[in-house]
Design a protein around this ligand. Sequence first.
Ligand code: SF4
Length: 439
Amino acid sequence: MKKVAFYTLGCKLNFSETSTISRMFEQKGYQKVDFDQTPDIFIINTCSVTENADKKCKKIVKEAKKISPNAYITIIGCYAQLKPKEIAEIEGVDAVLGAAEKFRIIELLDGFAKEQETKVLASEIKEAVQFNHAFSIHDRTRTFLKVQDGCNYGCAFCTIPLARGKSRSDSISQIVAAANEIAHTEVKEIVLTGVNIGDFGIQDGRRKESFANLVQALDQVEGIDRFRISSIEPNLLTNEIITFVSKSKRFVPHFHIPLQSGSNAILRAMGRRYLRELYVDRVSKIKALMPHCCIGVDVIVGFPGETDALFQETYQFLNELPVSYLHVFSYSERANTRAAEMEEVIPIKVRNERSKMLRILSEKKRRNFYEENLGLTYKVLFEEDVVDGKMHGFTENYIRVAAKYDPLLINEVKKVTLSEINDHGTVEVREPELQYEQH
Ligand code: SF4
């Protein structure tokens, strides 16, 4: 029995795809092992958004060769689609598979026998038209369920459409079937994952269903305690979705909404499909219906043309908005994007300074949000994450809590009262074990 190990870089989508590919290997009789358990085959799932993707890829390949010098090393993922030839030159790589090929890996690399030449099987991205369904399972308390792939938007800074292709989705009936399958495992939370999930519903190039319909259908799935929407574009987050989530017992009050910039001039230059006024409107609508809803924000600093004054607009905008945390990205040039050709490039040092300012603001926002919730009672899904005798978990509205370690609480949903913020910035809870809830 050949042993196969996986390494995943990047987003939740990559994790769900690695997990599905690993199950395909197990079904074919391969044994899945950890990276350091001398595998015969390594599969490295790469990301194009990761800083220094090339260096990271080289480092992992080197590590793999050290562990199993004769193993077969395959590179898949976004970076493999964008730079297949570059990756093929990395010493030790046996095969590179693109977006249209990665789910056919076992068939295409038949037997994984090493050859003199590196195999490069990466079609042009327009060939990636099929939706390959994927979800992660048994790895965590929660599952990442892929419902959509690719993107038809063309934001000036983004390579994802080049790496993942056009927008396409699974059907609602297949997703509900997958959720039912997941409900028969121990998993309590499903995170809906995709590249642009608000654009859900395109099959074979035609819009057939909508994200709102998907949310309504999944809400009926018994056996899943929580559904979380991973990230949704503000212009696609409709009143219908917000209102439905506010009434749902399964969809949690947590939205992650990319903003990217609080300056309309920069939003236009980025080619985003909304202005700051729409963003304020979305946040206001959410907060009016769900005052304790957690709202996360993606923001990019140092985009070409972002003067100090325009950055200040973003800073003030975020400072005044009732959002809960920020994911801050320093703009970095990506080959073959419009932004890479733009003038008024912002020096790296300035990008880093702005990034630091927003990270500090994020901490302030998070702390404020946590403070607003102290004294309230929530349900926490406890994870197998134990540090210094404390276990951790998240409330419905994404507050990270710490409690005294109790193995019986792992993967259990418990009602707790939030008591105080500790030195690590997580929230201590009051005696969860006394409030044990039967399921
Ligand atoms: S919406 Fe814009 S940033 Fe998001 S994947 Fe599509 S092109 Fe990239």
